[in-house]
Design a protein around this ligand. Sequence first.
Ligand code: BTN
Length: 263
Amino acid sequence: MKINQEDLKQNLAGKLIGHRLHYYESIDSTNEEAFRLGVQGAPEGTVLIAESQSAGKGRMQRVWYSPDGANIYTSIILRPTFETSRASQISIAVGVAVAETIDYYCPGKARLKWPNDVLIGGKKVCGILAQMKMSVSAIDFVVVGIGINVNMNHQEFPLDIQEIATSLAVETGREISRLEVIISLYENFTKWYMTLQECGFESVRQKWLNLSSMIGKTVSVMFREETTSGKAVGMDEDGSLIILTAGNETVKISAGDATILKR
Ligand code: BTN
């Protein structure tokens, strides 16, 4: 069943996130289109939703599998007024908002994996891709793209991700209303985005740490050719993961793919 655009529009009217809605039956990538709209001056809180993506983008130049009508593919355009160094705090806040949204369907089960994967039972249910456009030394706009696996069943995932991905339907054993999830997601994100803008990063970081599946565990993070391993001990002000290496050195990692090695 398609998302009911009229219901969605009515629910989002006047809200910070979603007051302008662009809905697509099919698109290359909601992030790509959001970037194009951002360059044309689309206001903060503009959201894009697609039923399917022909070139869904994941992190690290990966593809995001985006079949028709099953999942949520959305991008949000933001124009934060804070310094560029804080931009990555936004995707951390999105992760927290997604985990909170999922908690309603799978109570106590959503976990965050740095930088911004959302997992249920160790399997990925959501990925987040943030892209930023700068103007001189300030943020012009940020696009946050969110892909949530909602109604796909186990066999519908491509073989290479079947054992590492899950969906809300797989976890709950029932079909989930995407409309409901989207509305709740935008509401939760509005709350955390406003917290970031008005009170700073601290409570977002604390919430992330509470929901994280990594802190206190031995992890390895791979970025390009380099791998850093050690105990994950915290998150820095700029969203970097703080690792204590075997040599007792504290290292900050700002990008990469993390794996939990030991519980
Ligand atoms: C990841 O690799 O974990 C990030 C995946 C992000 C996917 C979403 S789906 C909506 C938006 N449009 C895209 O092309 N990508 C993001």
